[in-house]
Ligand binder design. Structure first.
Ligand code: GUN
Length: 300
């Protein structure tokens, strides 16, 4: 069996187009332009690439992009003061503090200082609690992107067995909450799970979010199941020449796609959906802040 490839790049483009439509309507009907502030502390190269890409796409959908680039030894007090200013600024609807932060800064303290209504990453403890209790919240972008692709592919997810491999606060746990919200029977598997292949082989949906290159192989997958691969790992690719590398996911694409019914590729699967969902969350936050109806199809 050859799996259907779920094209995250194309899907993300449709999400961004929907966001752009809402932004145009907000501007013309209400004179409001959603604003997203991104805070980067230090000069981590991967974070710089993410932040540049976020800024570019924010502008492309018609929103205001505000970037604060702070020195690597910025004090916690200065960072908290900046966040307090952004919390109080009515032209800012979304605030994202790029992670990881330098070691001297307390990530939990910093994230929890963001106004939960502007927490477009969905990492604030209030949003985690709201999601866990099935209340309206800001939902973490990567799991939201996975959910959108799963709903699009399956229609209803009700009653399906879903196994999330990985238990991170950013992906694994919120993914499990979202799948539960859509009435899946959910298992979270992790490094201590016994007979993990036995567990995943019972799943209609496997979400691989462990950060281990190509860990999930075809033998782990029930024939016809859907594989959502959240991993982005750079590995050596001697076959491409000396010193060359390539990107792979947490699933072994070749063996999984021979068994699965559908699969997201890496690159071009979940990755592009993350920024698209960040933009979607910013529009949602802007609508909520102004007491306007939320855009349909862009939230959980
Ligand atoms: N670093 C890598 N991905 C992310 C993300 O989605 N949000 C934040 N805040 N930092 C990140």
């Amino acid at each position: 069996m050859d799996a259907t490839i779920i094209d995250g790049k194309a899907f993300a483009a449709t999400v961004r187009a929907k966001v752009a439509e809402h932004v145009t309507a907000l501007k013309s009907a209400h004179g409001i332009t959603p604003g997203l502030a991104v805070v980067l502390v230090g000069e981590d190269p991967a974070s710089q690439v993410y932040v540049r890409s976020k800024g570019k796409m924010t502008v492309e959908v018609g929103m205001n992009s505000i970037e604060h680039k702070l020195d690597v030894d910025t004090s916690e007090a200065d960072l908290l003061a900046l966040i307090a200013d952004l919390n109080a600024d009515p032209s800012i609807h979304g605030i994202l503090v790029q992670l990881p932060l330098p070691k001297h800064l307390n990530e939990d303290l910093v994230i929890n200082s963001i106004d939960p209504a502007k927490d477009v990453d969905g990492f604030h403890i209030s949003n985690v609690g709201l999601l866990g209790t099935g209340q309206k919240s800001m939902v973490p972008c990567t799991p939201l992107g996975c959910l959108m692709m799963l709903r699009d592919h399956h229609g209803s997810l009700s009653g399906l067995n879903a196994v999330v491999v990985g238990r991170s606060n950013i992906v694994g746990k919120p993914m499990a909450q979202l799948l539960l919200g859509d009435s899946c029977t959910v298992t979270i598997a992790h490094s201590r799970t016994k007979d993990i292949q036995e567990v995943t082989r019972g799943a209609d949906i496997v979400v691989a979010a462990v950060g281990r290159p190509e860990m999930v192989t075809g033998e782990w997958i029930k024939p016809g199941a859907t594989v959502i691969d959240v991993g982005i790992n750079r590995i050596d690719a001697p076959e491409k020449g000396e010193g060359k590398t390539r990107l792979v996911g947490d699933s072994h694409f070749e063996s999984c796609s021979a068994v699965a019914g559908a699969i997201t590729p890496v690159p071009g699967g979940v990755g592009p959906m993350t920024i698209a969902c960040l933009l979607a969350n910013t529009v949602t936050a802007c609508c909520r802040a102004n007491g306007l109806p939320e855009p349909e199809g862009l939230t959980a």
